[in-house]
Design a protein around this ligand. Structure first.
Ligand SMILES: [Mg+2]
Length: 226
């Protein structure tokens, strides 16, 4: 594994980035790398709650969301096997996060349903320009381009209708794979679906642990876009 991340960041900043020599597929994380929520997660939660008569300020929501998110990651890390998942586990994760954020108020279930629908809509997301440019450059270099995300099956619909997600050759979502990053099985699954060796793959992502550290452990090239 060659960690060419630093050189790649400098090249990207200069607008001349292309995948390192020997890389046949560029695999992109999605949320925080290619797209971001619009409005923010905290504001989307605030609006959904307000529709059901629950008033919370975005800063409180942001703080509670971060704690609730970490709690679910710890549950997955402690499971046997660690970081395995499914459509039902992903729905359960988000239901639990919404309940934690709103402290289990009776309307939590309805707020969850609203938010599940909201984040499954194309107009809840906006492209990140730097990510869009990297996808374009990977395509220009004739690499195979894929998405590999801890998002669930809702990604499949969004990816077909929102650039640059719609430009790629393959869309892999954790709920469909059965594993979440950072599980080694997630990376092995993508390798086998694409038919490439670890050293022929580059992961581009924004999460230091789930993308960058886990990608390195899998023997892939990595490029952080934090
Ligand atoms: Mg991300």
């Amino acid at each position: 594994m060659k960690d060419s991340g630093k050189a790649a960041v400098a090249q990207r900043a200069a607008g001349v980035w292309s995948p390192p020599e020997g890389v046949k597929a560029v695999v992109f994380d999605v949320v925080g790398t290619l797209i971001e929520p619009r409005p923010s997660v905290a504001h989307a939660y605030q609006h959904a709650a307000a529709r059901h008569g629950i008033e919370r300020d975005p800063e409180t929501i942001r703080r509670r969301f971060a704690t609730a998110w970490r709690r679910q990651e710890m549950i997955d890390a402690a499971a046997t096997p660690a970081f395995s998942t499914s459509r039902s586990r992903e729905a359960e994760r988000w239901r639990a996060i919404v309940e934690d954020v709103f402290d289990g108020v009776p309307a939590s279930g309805t707020i969850f349903a609203d938010l599940w629908e909201h984040f499954g809509r194309v107009d809840a997301w906006q492209p990140i320009p730097a990510g869009r440019e990297l996808v374009q450059r990977a395509l220009d270099a004739k690499a195979t381009v894929a998405l590999a995300s801890n998002f669930d099956e809702r990604l499949l619909e969004i990816a077909g209708r929102l650039e640059p997600l719609s430009w790629v050759h393959h869309v892999f979502a954790s709920s469909e794979i059965g594993w979440r990053k950072p599980a080694p099985e997630f990376f092995r699954w993508v390798e086998s679906r694409l038919g490439y060796e670890p050293t022929e793959l580059l992961l581009v992502g924004d999460d230091p642990e789930l993308d960058i550290a886990a990608g390195k452990r899998a023997g892939w090239h990595v490029l952080g876009v934090m």
